[in-house]
Design a protein around this ligand. Structure first.
Ligand code: SER
Length: 602
């Protein structure tokens, strides 16, 4: 069955069972707690919790969709038979409508009757027991339903939390036990019985609250279903990926060709949904995927025989490294264009070309350095990576005879050593408290946390100004800083004000901060004698003693016109856009006349 036929069959099947067909949502979810849409249920989260009304919005308690998804957790596995970063998920959902009996029956009917496949076996939840008590009971009901459909005991296996309980990872949301359907040894369908709402990082049963009304969430990977239906050994040989794989450079090993095929799809769909390569969040992931593709294409297209005559290759008249990518993106359009109108070949190609050009500069200057190195071992390879941004693959591949002894393992060891050294160095600098930064206000335990607290720190400055603008000087007092404490998780800002903030005020403050972040204002400082600094009108914290010479950090193009300016030792981001999305998580009283805001960034 072709992927077109599978799509049609699936949607028809559920439409005729009174499901409303809902289009795929964007890969960039509304929900700021996740980077990408990773499952069909994501756009429906509010319907499970009762925050939105499915009857009102869809005229039905049941819906079905084919959702585009990106998952980055398996990015290093891509290249094997079945892992992908981009995929489509077929799903049917119920929000307080049907439950286990119907959901299992639908799964059975679709796989057996519509797809003509055989179910090897299914799995059900074995339950969750702690200190002799069942916290969540084994799913006997699903077992019974499967039995009534003709599956025998051997065909009904049980699984624990890892395999048979689903909830969105790293975020809060609806969750519950699952039953999975296996065809040809592969899990094709995951049916989730949403009965609970879990907190972001659940620790015990109190973090699983029963949902008011039970729901169904199912997910079936289109690529996997096509693979078993078309009886091919890998997802890359089914009709969604095969035509793309065929266009990847044939001189590369299969694992790498699969990576290019997979990443190209993800790149195309991310660009179509408005993501652009950058150094953070979704943009960072996109840039990483692009650079990996560029690297491999570069290896494929470089005339190695010129650099290393002993490794001559045929047909090495190479032109642009992005040349073959035009054909690949055109093919992606051909396969998906009629389902996803947002795909635009010209835009995808121009974005790709742009990054290609940028990264090629890095590669070219890095290669000049590689020429100079006589023996490429793990140390010199790491130096080339660290100082010149040359990826390991390039060094290994284009280092030729000089790099024969180089291997990934040794390179990774160097990488780790370097990380540990820089951490140790930083700790020494900051007094060996195990913290790389401890200014009293800001605390970070490693480089990654340091980046996060730096972003939160600039956000704190924006927050203070936003509070002053929104609340103004009034009978409730003027906002002045009473304290600030920043960890990698959150900022905490105390300020003088005599009453609780209204939800509207909180929203206004949050919006104003996000507006300034979006404007991508530059952040810089001037160092001035204290008396001069005071004249700039910069805010300072009365409780603190300042030296004779102070830094004034300002957000904007000059101290005079700055939107925010404060006496401060830093560190700060260089542009506000680096902060990411700002969110106030709590507003409360600390003492009479002093309020406390906690906020996070995504
Ligand atoms: N949410 C479940 C999954 O992602 C079923 O759709 O597997």
């Amino acid at each position: 069955m072709t992927h077109q036929e599978i799509r049609e069959k699936f949607l028809k099947f559920f439409e005729s069972r009174r499901h409303k067909i809902v289009p795929s949502s964007s890969l960039m979810p509304d929900d700021p707690s996740v980077l990408f849409t990773t499952a069909g249920m994501q756009q429906f989260k509010p319907y499970y919790t009762g925050a939105a009304d499915a009857m009102h919005d869809f005229g039905s308690l049941s819906v079905a969709s084919i959702q585009k998804c990106v998952r980055t957790s398996d990015i290093d596995e891509v290249g094997d038979e079945r892992h992908l970063t981009f995929f489509e998920m077929l799903g049917n959902f119920s929000f307080g409508g049907y439950f286990k009996k119907e959901a299992i029956q639908y799964g059975y009917d679709f796989i057996i009757k519509e797809m003509g496949l055989k179910i090897d076996y299914v799995t059900v939840f074995e339950g969750w027991k702690s200190t002799g008590l069942w916290l969540i009971k084994p799913d006997e009901e699903s077992k019974k339903i499967w039995k009534s459909l003709g599956l025998n005991d051997e065909q009904i296996k049980t699984g624990g939390f890892d395999d048979n309980f689903w909830g969105p990872t790293g975020e809060d949301g609806p969750c519950g036990p699952t039953t999975e359907i296996y065809v040809n040894g592969i899990e094709v369908w995951n049916i989730v019985f949403n009965e609970y709402y879990k907190s972001k990082y659940p620790e015990d049963k109190n973090d699983y609250k029963p949902l008011q009304s039970k729901g169904i969430d199912t997910g079936m990977g289109l690529e996997r279903l096509a693979m078993v239906s078309q009886k091919v050994p890998t997802v890359f040989e089914a009709d969604l990926l095969k035509p793309i794989l065929t266009l990847t450079p044939s001189e590369l090993e299969m694992r790498v060709r699969r990576i290019i095929a997979d990443h190209s799809r993800a790149i195309a769909f991310m660009i179509a949904d408005g993501i652009r390569p950058s150094n953070k969040e979704q943009g960072y992931v996109l840039r990483r995927l692009m650079r990996r593709v560029i690297t491999y294409n570069f290896i494929a297209k470089t005339d190695i025989s010129l650099m290393h005559p002993e490794r001559g290759r045929e047909g090495s008249q190479r032109t642009s490294t992005s040349y073959g990518m035009h054909d690949i993106f055109a093919k992606i359009l051909e396969i998906y264009g009629s389902y996803y109108k947002e795909l635009n070949a010209d835009l995808i190609i121009s974005e790709f070309e742009h990054e290609n050009e940028k990264f090629m500069q890095t590669l070219k200057s890095g290669l000049k350095e590689l020429e100079k190195v006589e023996n490429v071992d793990a140390s010199s390879a790491f130096m080339l990576y660290e100082s010149f941004g040359l990826p390991y693959e390039i060094i290994k591949e284009l280092g030729g005879a000089k790099a024969v002894s180089l291997n990934r393992k040794d390179f990774d060891i160097k990488f780790k050593e370097h990380q540990e050294k820089s951490r140790a160095g930083a700790e020494k600098k900051f007094g060996g408290h195990g913290l790389v930064l401890d200014t009293g206000e800001l605390k970070a335990g490693n480089e990654e946390e340091l980046k996060k607290v730096t972003r939160l720190h600039t956000a704190t400055h924006l927050l203070q100004t936003a509070l002053r603008k929104v609340l103004g000087p009034s009978t409730d007092g003027e906002v002045t800083q009473a304290g600030s404490d920043i960890t990698a998780e959150r900022l905490r800002f105390d300020f003088s004000f005599s009453r609780k903030l209204t939800p509207e005020e909180i929203k206004k403050v949050e919006d104003l901060v996000n507006e300034k972040i979006k404007e991508d204002l530059p952040v810089s400082f001037v160092e001035l004698p204290k008396s001069e600094a005071e004249k700039t009108g910069a805010l300072y914290f009365f409780k603190q003693k300042y030296p004779d010479k102070v830094k004034v950090y300002f957000v904007g193009s000059s101290v005079e016109s700055a939107w925010s300016k404060e006496f401060c030792g830093g560190p700060h981001v260089s542009h506000t856009d680096e902060i990411g999305r700002f969110k106030i998580s709590k507003e409360e009283a600390v003492s009479a006349g002093v309020r406390r805001i906690r906020a996070t960034i995504e």
